[in-house]
Design a protein around this ligand. Structure first.
Ligand code: NAP
Length: 303
């Protein structure tokens, strides 16, 4: 991401210049100024944070939502307060055939699309053996088919300039999680699509990557813990924080910061990758998690 323009405006009134690297003030040049981003599921959680971060970097935005019209309107207001243009579109991704008309509205309003963030997801958190066909169909429609439809529909408005496509995946693509079998399979498919799209679109200057968050503090994760697992959210969070090397939970803003960097000029050579953003949670081995390695049982002799 490009940061620059820190000049005379950084001198505090009546004070000395800040040391290099510690300057503050209003002179930061938005790194994505003039670009247009389309983000699915922008009414709350990760999508909302991505929208606000991209707008703060100078991007005009279009966000889609399914049910939460009032919250989508609140996000539009927050973007406009940042001085950027915003457009909220009702789009139920269970109907991928509705994607192209929505993308056409964005292209018509702004005349271009530079960034596509496929964020929306929904599933039925239940064991695979209790999953019905419609759960699988809808989960894959929202995550997998919608990504392809979005890219196909947005491409004509992206061509001829550097472009960025980012899909939000999840660590359920790598690790088995109770009730996440269908969504994990969909996310694995998303990551495979990301690699193939990166291969196809790289020559056109368009990068395609995925961000794979661990456990984030969002309504979606609360729903999963409370309704999917039947557990207390606060207690679950406390245990996860203790197990996470970074010793905190992820936030939508963590994801938004990485997405914004991927959308910037400095990330031009990074494509086809899935970046895990989990505070180190998934680098731990099960043995480390149960404490065997750090605190061997008495009488245990290594080797
Ligand atoms: N939260 C976590 O811990 C976590 C971890 C790993 C990965 N992720 C991934 O991060 C992304 C965002 O997660 P989140 O926790 O922010 O989600 P969330 O709070 O559940 O929000 C989901 C968003 O998707 C939209 N959406 C849901 N169903 C839709 C449909 N059928 N058509 C169109 N839009 C639909 C919602 O719109 P409405 O508000 O209008 O319903 C909402 O904007 C997802 O891809 C998720 O899999 C999350």
């Amino acid at each position: 991401m490009r940061w620059g323009g820190l000049g005379a405006g950084t001198r505090p009134a009546g004070g000395r210049r800040s040391p290099p690297g510690l300057r503050t003030g209003p002179a930061r040049v938005p790194s994505l100024a003039g670009r247009v981003a389309l983000v699915t599921g922008g009414s709350r959680g990760v999508g909302r944070a991505v929208i606000l971060r991209l707008a703060a970097e100078g991007t005009d935005v279009a966000l889609t939502y399914r049910r939460e019209a009032a919250r989508a309107a609140e996000v539009v207001g927050a973007v406009e307060a940042l001085g950027r243009r915003a457009l909220a579109l009702l789009l139920d991704l269970r109907r991928p055939e509705d994607v192209a008309p929505a993308v056409a509205q964005v292209a018509e309003r702004y005349g271009r699309i530079d960034i596509v963030v496929a964020n929306a997801a929904a599933t039925a958190f239940r064991p695979l053996t209790e999953t019905r066909d419609r759960h699988v169909t809808q989960t894959f429609a929202i995550s997998v088919k919608a990504l392809l439809e979005l890219v196909r529909a947005a491409l004509p408005s992206m061509r001829g300039r550097p472009g960025r496509i980012v899909a939000i995946s999840g660590i359920d693509s790598l690790q088995a999680m109770a009730g996440h079998g269908t969504l994990g399979a969909a996310k694995a498919a998303v990551e495979a699509l990301v690699r193939s799209l990166a291969l196809e679109l790289g020559p056109e200057g368009i990068t395609v990557n995925a961000v794979s968050p661990g456990f984030l503090r969002t309504e979606g994760s609360r729903f999963y813990v409370e309704r999917g697992l039947g557990l207390d959210y606060a207690a679950t969070v406390a245990r996860l924080v203790a197990a996470t090397p970074r010793r905190r939970l992820g936030t939508p803003e963590d994801v938004a910061a990485l997405v914004a960097w991927l959308c910037g000029d400095e990330a031009d050579f990074l494509t086809g990758q899935t970046l895990v953003l989990d505070g180190g949670l998934t680098i731990r081995s099960p043995l480390d998690l149960v404490g065997e390695l750090r605190d061997p049982p008495s009488g245990h002799t290594p080797g």
